[in-house]
Design a protein around this ligand. Structure first.
Ligand code: SAM
Length: 269
């Protein structure tokens, strides 16, 4: 007969077995910013964000009309009830979410990791100007090989990051590994609106205007073309929840924001 201890061990083993299985690849894993480049997706993504870092925050506010700030606050609110003290912000970019979490959640420590030094440097400057260096630390780091031991963080956030991963399952698996038992993951990501008329207008805006505005302001058309393509290919809604389940998260759920332009996904270890 299977003892409770053995049963628990077996369950843990099967939950961690995703780390040993070959990871599934999704169509969006293959969407790259520069189609003629021979570099791997991760390197291309890092280069692209290095190039647009100087205008990244401005472009976010401009293209979303400032709604992105509300979306970020809503995502952070999902962590309020667990009162996390030790948080990892994956794909932290220019640290907007890390800075907001310092204000609204007042944890002891927030570590932000990203593969783009250009984005991190802008984030570091903002953190210094706000005198938050004692709470937030930005480090160069890859979501698919997180440089922290198992069971380190009470909570993990990723805003507008998972869509850029070269291997989504691997990134989600790594985050599960470094979360403490019962720790919570909050993902904020673009999705596609479903309401017929709004869907048409949004799709037209993303197809035509976004790349032009990107070229005009951030001097990079590819980055905003890539934004449209990667949002279209991303496994959103129920599909994303199914991946969280497959990787080993429990108690997962999602919330749609602004008629479905954006979604919050949460899961627990
Ligand atoms: N989280 C920030 C925000 O909410 O504004 C930045 C989001 S930006 C759209 C995506 C970020 O993901 C970029 O800074 C990029 O360098 C980072 N990124 C992409 N792949 C990554 C990976 N494998 N590991 C860590 N960061 C990654």
């Amino acid at each position: 007969m299977l003892s409770l201890k053995n049963y628990k061990q077996q369950t843990t083993n099967s939950k961690l077995s995703y780390l040993r299985r070959p990871m599934a690849k999704y169509s969006h894993d293959h969407i790259v910013p520069f189609k003629n480049s021979e570099l791997e997706k991760k390197q291309q993504v890092a280069d692209m964000f290095d190039r647009i870092a100087f205008r990244y925050d401005f472009m976010n506010r401009f293209m979303s009309g400032g709604i992105d700030i509300r979306w970020r606050k809503k995502a952070i609110k999902e962590l309020k009830e667990i009162n996390p003290q030790n948080i990892l912000d994956v794909a932290t970019g220019t640290a907007d979410v890390a800075i907001m979490m310092a204000k609204y959640l007042q944890p002891k420590k927030i570590i932000g990791i990203d593969i783009s030094e250009g984005m991190l440097n802008i984030g570091r400057k903002k953190i210094s100007e706000l005198s938050l260096n004692n709470i937030i630390e930005l480090q160069s780091g890859d979501s698919e090989a997180i440089h922290f031991p198992d069971n380190t963080f009470d909570a993990i956030t990723v805003s507008f990051g998972v869509r850029n991963f070269a291997n989504l399952e691997k990134g989600l698996g790594e985050m599960l590994r470094v979360l403490k038992p019962s720790g919570k993951l909050v993902v904020l990501e673009f999705s596609k609106p479903k309401q017929f008329l709004f869907k048409k207008i949004y799709s037209l805006y993303m197809k035509t205007a976004a790349a032009r505005i990107g070229k005009w302001i951030a001097k990079n058309r590819e980055a905003y073309q890539y934004l449209n393509e990667s949002v279209n290919a991303f496994p959103e809604g129920e599909n994303f929840l199914a991946i969280l389940n497959k990787v080993g998260y429990k108690n997962f759920y999602s919330k749609k924001l602004s008629l479905g332009i954006c979604s919050i996904y949460c899961g627990q270890k």
